[in-house]
Design a protein around this ligand. Sequence first.
Ligand code: APR
Length: 253
Amino acid sequence: MREDSIDAIVRRIGPSARITVLTGAGVSAASGVPTFRGKDGLWKSYTAERLATPEAFASDPRLVWEWYDWRRTLISRCRPNGAHRILALWGRRYEGFRLITQNVDGLDEKAGSDSVIRFHGSIWEVSCRDGCAKSPKRWVLDEVPLGHIPPSCPWCGGLVRPGVVWFGEGIDPEVLHRAEAALECDLFLTVGTSALVYPAAGLVDAARGRGAFTVEINREATPASGRVDLAVQGGAEEVLGLLERRLGGCAGG
Ligand code: APR
């Protein structure tokens, strides 16, 4: 079955194929970044849903920043894995390749991907909570661990917030526009995401509606498994590694 699945995907990957990949936390799991909803997704006794909200930040910015500081410190020690490297390679090899990631860890860029569509922003960027007039829209703050929690805006002295999209917030319109353009593709792979968080989880259905062949790669079944053309069970690094070897490349590992 696995061999047939790999063949079915490889047949759709040619030099001019338009390939779009949507990734989630499962792609960074082999790098040691905890996923959100697995048993390792808990921080102290909090779930992501309780911390990644504007309301949580408004009521306890220190607590929320402590969680981000913990994640940033952990991520700073992680290196890209074979899945990140293969996606970066495909970005160089296939002209019509686009990568949309829900991950905020920056490991795709570390692996050499550029033009990544960062659906949920970046954990390495921040913005002024009040959007003060003097500050840029967002800027890089990559100190780990942070010297002062919560960090303050160098321009107005107010609070700084992580440059990520929280539950209940909208996706940056420019990012949404780029993601929508990427739905025009021949092959759409959804990799390592639980397919629970919208609007990202709806992208695969939208791509299928526009005629793409849709594939899910995940260690477990998800709500998307029954809606895609092909669901392949396995680790992202392992399945993408098999695909790349069948395509005749040698990246991965
Ligand atoms: N390879 C492939 N899939 C894997 C692997 C792996 N090595 N390890 C875990 N998975 C799968 C799990 O089976 C699960 O379906 O990755 C998925 C991770 O799911 P989540 O933790 O829910 O992460 P994600 O889908 O990226 O979450 C979406 O929710 O909390 C918010 O904004 C946050 O971007 C995040 C969004």
